[in-house]
Structure formats: structure tokens, C-alpha cells
Design a protein around this ligand. Structure first.
Ligand code: 5RP
Length: 251
């Protein structure tokens, strides 16, 4: 297909302006080139990962990939994979995954990530923490100088029980960075509920967190916190699709 040749022969002509979704698709298709028959695959969540799952389904159907087992990172991805006929399993049965492919909201120069704007960060972190290779796929708009630098949310999954108490603890933790903590709502104005029955508190940070590991540990120590969206030192490869071509960064 034309997408295949695009992904294989960057840079594209500068006169062709690609949409963000086309860039996501190029990164996703490139990542699927790492997939081989017989592999156990972590299947990511979001509009970028969706392209990768579609591509895996397509290659299975064409018989170019065989004996794949997918481990989905959300109910949404599970549904998509089932509709494509991708055989599925879980971490209980497959505690070691060969390759996970997933998007991200932010990527810093050290390949640390912010994930979870789609709300699937807990299952993503469990699955991507269990894989030998985690290929993160993004368009170039996701690149930041430091985590939080996009000005968009840093998501934290919290238990619904007294979520305001937990949100206040989170906000106080980053008070020096002018942090604001907001409960995420769904389209009906009700609290957004994750696949695990929890809420999401979105943190807006006005400054660099500086020591990410210290920040990560401090968030995790709050009792009402289930997991947070900082994925430190987890991506082994990041594939970045931009108007001038594909860049692959390895850990
Ligand atoms: C969901 C995620 C997604 O990977 C992240 O939000 C990127 O989404 P998209 O590919 O739609 O930009 O972490 O929890």
C-alpha cells in the first residue's frame, strides 16, 4: 500500500503535508515491522496504538504473521483485537511479553514518557513492565524538553474513596511547581471511570519536576494512588514520525 512505501522511504516530499493521524499511522506501521510470528505482543491503547493493532490484524489475515498472542492494555483494545481475530491472553498466563507497542502523550529526551490521557495507564504499565521490548510510537508533536512540558495533564489513577483527599495530597506534593489537580470527567460531566473502576486525577505542572524518580516515588507513596502516568526508563525504542521522516531512538 502507499502507507507501506511511505513508512519505508522517508523523508517524504516536503510538499506533502501529512496529517497528525497519518504520522501516527506511519510510526505504528514501522513498529509492527519488529513483530515476528510466534510472539506474545502487548497491545497498546489510543489512536496511535489502534493503527498498530489494525496492522497486526491485517498481517494475520494475510498469513504473513502466525501464532501471535495479544495481551491488550484496555477493554477498548481488547474489543478491537477480538474484532480483528487476534488471539488474546493475559499476564497471568503470559507473564513475559516479547514486544509491546503503544503510544504516549509526552516523550522526553531520555525516552521517559507520560501516558494515560486515554485513561489506560495502569494496565499499560503492568503490560509494558513485563515486556522484553517496549516500542513507543508517536508523532513528533509528543516530544517535550521535560515531562509535563506540554502543559497538558499528567494523569494519576486513584481509588474513588475520598478522591478529593487524594487529589489534595497530590496537589500539595507539587505545590512548589504551582500544581493544579483536577478530577477527570467523562463527556456527561460524571467522573471518568477507568477499566479498573477507579478515577483519574489530572495534574497540571507549571515547572520541571527535576528528579523524576523522586516525584514518581512520592506519588506512589500516597495511599489512595493506584498508579501514575510517568513511565520512567521503560521504553526501549521510540519511533517518531515527523514531516521529514521517521526517527528511531533506542535505549
Ligand atoms: C492511553 C495512552 C495513550 O497511549 C496516549 O494517551 C496516547 O494516545 P494517542 O495515541 O491517542 O495520542 O497512554 O492511556
Amino acid at each position: 500500500s502507499s502507507m507501506e512505501s511511505l513508512s519505508l522511504s522517508p523523508p517524504v516530499s516536503p510538499s506533502v503535508i501529512l496529517t497528525q493521524d497519518e504520522l501516527k499511522k506511519i510510526a505504528a506501521f514501522k513498529a509492527v515491522e519488529f513483530v515476528e510470528s510466534g510472539m506474545v505482543l502487548g497491545l497498546g491503547t489510543g489512536s496511535t496504538a489502534k493503527h498498530a493493532v489494525d496492522r497486526i490484524g491485517e498481517l494475520l489475515l494475510q498469513g504473513k504473521l502466525k501464532n501471535i498472542i495479544g495481551i491488550p492494555t484496555s477493554k477498548k483494545t481488547q474489543e478491537q483485537a477480538l474484532s480483528l481475530g487476534i488471539p488474546l491472553s493475559d499476564l497471568d498466563s503470559h507473564p513475559t511479553i516479547d514486544i509491546a507497542i503503544d503510544g504516549a502523550d509526552e516523550v522526553d529526551p531520555h525516552l521517559n514518557l507520560v501516558k494515560g490521557r486515554g485513561g489506560s495507564l495502569l494496565r499499560e504499565k503492568m503490560v509494558e513492565g513485563a515486556c522484553k521490548k517496549f516500542v513507543c510510537i508517536v508523532d513528533e508533536s509528543k516530544l517535550v524538553k521535560y515531562l509535563g512540558g506540554s502543559g497538558l495533564a499528567m494523569p494519576v489513577e486513584v481509588v474513588p474513596f475520598c478522591w478529593k483527599f487524594t487529589a489534595n495530597k497530590l496537589q500539595n506534593l507539587f505545590q512548589h511547581s504551582g500544581c493544579v489537580a483536577n478530577l477527570r470527567n467523562d463527556c456527561k460531566g460524571e467522573p471518568f471511570v477507568t477499566d479498573n473502576g477507579n478515577y483519574i486525577v489530572d495534574l497540571y505542572l507549571k515547572k520541571d519536576m527535576e528528579d523524576l524518580q523522586v516525584a514518581s516515588d512520592a506519588i506512589s507513596r500516597i495511599a489512595g494512588v493506584v498508579e501514575h502516568g510517568m513511565f520512567l526508563d521503560m521504553a526501549t525504542t521510540v519511533i517518531i514520525a515527523g514531516e521529514l521522516g521517521i526517527t528511531i531512538k533506542n535505549k
